[in-house]
Write a protein of this length. Structure first.
Length: 718
């Protein structure tokens, strides 16, 4: 007997889709462990929307725009903090999509950003909605989805902190109820009761009782001990999940963060813009320093928070450093919000958000902040240092202040002795503190050390972060190099501290006042080293491979003809910047497209494209009707009646008069006539059948048939 699958089982379909949504909900519950509850709620609402559209079988003309709006709203809520009406976030979103396509084509899947991952995740939701309709209404077989859900829940329960004890029970109950409901539907279809709308509650009650009884027996029945060894510890060990630190330290996104208690592990690049800087000279942008090394990362001791009075209470530089006056202007992009400042050199006068906003300074970390108000833009004057190598070498004749020794020679008791032994070995041929610091800085340029962002170790419970890098892994990024140099300097009695901020960023354009505009992104987040030398103050060092110290060093303050390797690197960088300025047009063409694109023209283009698409969608039926009339204009109705009739069937389908698989042509024609309140379609269909099965149709009132064809056309609306 032929089984007829009908769309009339709306009540069954509604119940089936509700159960399917509950089953899919089990895929979303574990997300509470890794993302905020508000984001999970949005995903659940989006899932309900997808299932609703799939159940109603809403047309793509309506569903696709609604899907697009919903996806954009969720992505904005999850990843962007500015107003949804601030169209700049859409520009950044499209840049993430471009990078997604590039990463997929190149096979570098680790380069996919969080925004792009969320986009793919939501697209997967839409696919699940389509598959659910196929499983529930077409194939009537949901077992593959139940099986995948069971596997997913058990894996999550095994390898993550999520407890799936109740989840397994819910999946089994919902799964068996779904299978029972589908069996009812199959019986109705097989017996031809597809028009029946009453649900056999006695059947459903019987199925439910059987499921509950099986669960009760399974839970309460005595259980024997496991016959095989538990494979989970082996699997966790083989995959590296036995390490608690590994479990709680997923791949991080590169950017500025304030928590540095646990360093290590890989990160993914993030090109999200942070701020624009209009500057005279390229420097590093400092935010704060940290003094206390724990063996796993860095913490800041409690400093005094006091009002910023126009200059730092504890100067960075002392009398043997030449200071040049410069100024800079900063414009935050608002993709990230900060209540503290990033500054160059030694700041003096600072104007935040266009007014004399009260600022506060942490006397120990050097962080300058508003405490509460988000920084949007600021300008400041600062003192740019030029260090004398002669003075740095002669600084050993002075002793260190007690407060410097107190904070900046600290090391944990657990630090392995071989770290100090290595520092002494590297510096044994040098006399002054400055020469020893330079020897340690230079040590990382060779000796097997490599810059690496992906395959970076996380120290275990008994590992020291610096010791692991120096002797075991020898590969890492700026945090590894800078922390190691600070610890090595301290181990031989040279005060040093860990500095956080950004590098100079990417050159954008020359401004009218001679300043240079640079864009600083999360990709420029960086850490470096400052060592203290009496008479000179805090001197920056750059141990990270591939980076050049941007600060200037001269032989003496009176003679700048002989310079150190850092100044050579700075001169090379300045020459490269001059080449950038001369080739500004070329550089703009090769810069990321969506960061350079004029937002105004982007909006106009998007509105234009959207308008064209809207017009086509809105008038597609009218276009289809005109196309049919155009194609048939030069064809005789008498001779080509079959083609006129088939074109009419196609046009009816465009107007959503779809012929069901089980309908004959006459049944379909009667349905069309009923909806249009005419009898012309049935007359045309009878003539078509006669024309197909006999040779008499061409002599049967063809003039009247053409009038009936025109009546159907005229009755169609758009």
């Amino acid at each position: 007997m032929k089984i007829v699958k009908s769309e009339h089982l709306n009540l069954y379909s509604l119940v089936l889709f509700c159960l399917g949504l509950l089953l899919f909900w089990e895929w979303l519950r574990p997300l509470h462990e890794v993302i905020p509850a508000a984001s999970v709620s949005l995903l659940i609402l989006f899932s309900a929307l997808v299932f609703l559209f799939s159940y109603v079988h809403i047309t793509a003309i309506i569903s696709i725009p609604l899907y697009v709006v919903s996806i954009l709203f969720i992505i904005h809520s999850a990843h962007f903090e500015q107003s949804i009406f601030d169209l700049q976030w859409i520009v950044v979103f499209f840049s993430h999509i471009v990078h997604l396509v590039q990463a997929l084509l190149s096979g570098q899947f680790y380069e996919i950003s969080d925004v792009a991952r969320t986009f793919l995740f939501l697209l997967l939701f839409c696919l699940v909605g389509y598959l659910m309709r196929q499983w529930l209404l077409q194939r009537r077989n949901v077992f593959p989805f139940i099986f995948m859900t069971v596997v997913y829940v058990t894996v999550i329960d095994t390898f993550t902190p999520y407890d799936a004890s109740l989840a397994i029970i819910r999946v089994v109950v919902i799964g068996f109820v779904l299978i029972g409901m589908l069996q009812v539907v199959k019986i109705n279809e097989r017996e031809g009761f597809y028009g029946r709308t009453q649900i056999p509650f006695s059947w459903i009650a019987f199925v439910f009782i059987m499921i509950v009884s099986a669960l009760i027996i399974g839970i309460t029945a005595p259980k024997s001990e496991p016959q095989w060894a538990d494979p989970v510890p082996f699997l966790k060990g083989a995959t590296g999940f036995d390490n608690e630190e590994t479990m709680t330290s997923p791949i991080k996104k590169l950017g500025y963060g304030e928590d540095d208690e646990q360093l290590g592990g890989p990160f993914q690049l993030d090109t999200t813009p942070v701020f624009y800087a209009d500057i005279e000279t390229v420097h590093y942008w400092r935010a704060e320093t940290k003094d206390f090394y724990t063996g796993k990362g860095w913490e800041a001791s409690n400093g005094v928070l006091q009002p910023f009075t126009g200059e730092l209470s504890t100067p960075l530089y002392e009398e043997n450093v030449r200071l040049d006056e410069k100024e800079a202007m900063i414009e935050m992009t608002r993709f990230q919000q900060f209540s503290f400042l990033f500054y160059e050199g030694q700041p003096t006068d600072i104007v935040v958000n266009g007014s004399a906003l009260p600022l506060f300074e942490n006397t120990l970390t050097g962080q300058v902040s508003t405490q509460t108000e988000v920084v949007q833009n600021y300008s400041f004057e600062y003192e740019y240092p030029i260090f004398s190598i002669e003075e740095l070498k002669s600084s050993d004749r002075h002793s260190y202040p007690s407060n410097i020794e107190r904070y900046y020679l600290q090391l944990p008791d657990s630090l392995p002795d071989r770290v100090k032994n290595l520092a002494e070995e590297v510096t044994k041929d040098f006399e002054t503190a400055y020469e020893k610091a330079k020897a340690i800085e230079f040590y990382f340029t060779g000796n097997g050390y490599a810059y690496e962002t992906r395959n970076v170790a996380i120290p275990g419970r008994d590992d020291d972060y610096v010791d692991q890098f120096l002797f075991e892994t020898k590969q890492g990024y700026c945090d590894n190099f800078s922390s190691s140099m600070v610890v090595m300097l301290r181990s031989i009695g040279i005060p040093a501290r860990w500095v956080k901020g950004f590098t100079g960023g990417e050159f954008q354009e020359m401004l009218g006042d001679g300043k240079r505009r640079h864009l600083i992104t999360n990709e420029n987040a960086h850490s470096w080293v400052e060592a203290y030398f009496p008479g000179s103050g805090w001197v920056p060092f750059e141990p990270t491979r591939g980076f050049v110290n941007p600060f200037q060093f001269v032989s003496t303050l009176n003679d700048e003809s002989t310079v150190s390797e850092q100044e050579t690197g700075q001169r090379e960088r300045n020459e490269q910047n001059q080449m950038d300025e001369k080739n500004e047009t070329t550089k703009q063409m090769t810069s990321p497209f969506f960061l350079k694109l004029n937002v105004k023209w982007l909006i106009i283009s998007l509105i234009g494209v959207a308008s064209v698409v809207f017009i086509v969608i809105k008038s597609h039926r009218r276009i289809a009707k005109r196309w049919v009339l155009y194609r048939l204009a030069n064809k005789s109705f008498d001779i080509h009646f079959d083609e006129w009739y088939t074109k009419l069937l196609w046009l009816l389908n465009v107007y959503r008069f779809s012929r069901k698989r089980e309908q004959t042509l006459r049944e379909f024609a009667q349905e069309v006539d009923e909806k249009l309140a005419i009898d012309s379609m049935l007359i045309l269909t009878k003539a078509y059948e006669e024309n197909v099965y006999s040779n008499q149709a061409q002599t049967v009132r063809n003039n009247d048939l053409q009038k009936h064809w025109q009546i159907v056309i005229n009755k169609l609306s758009y």
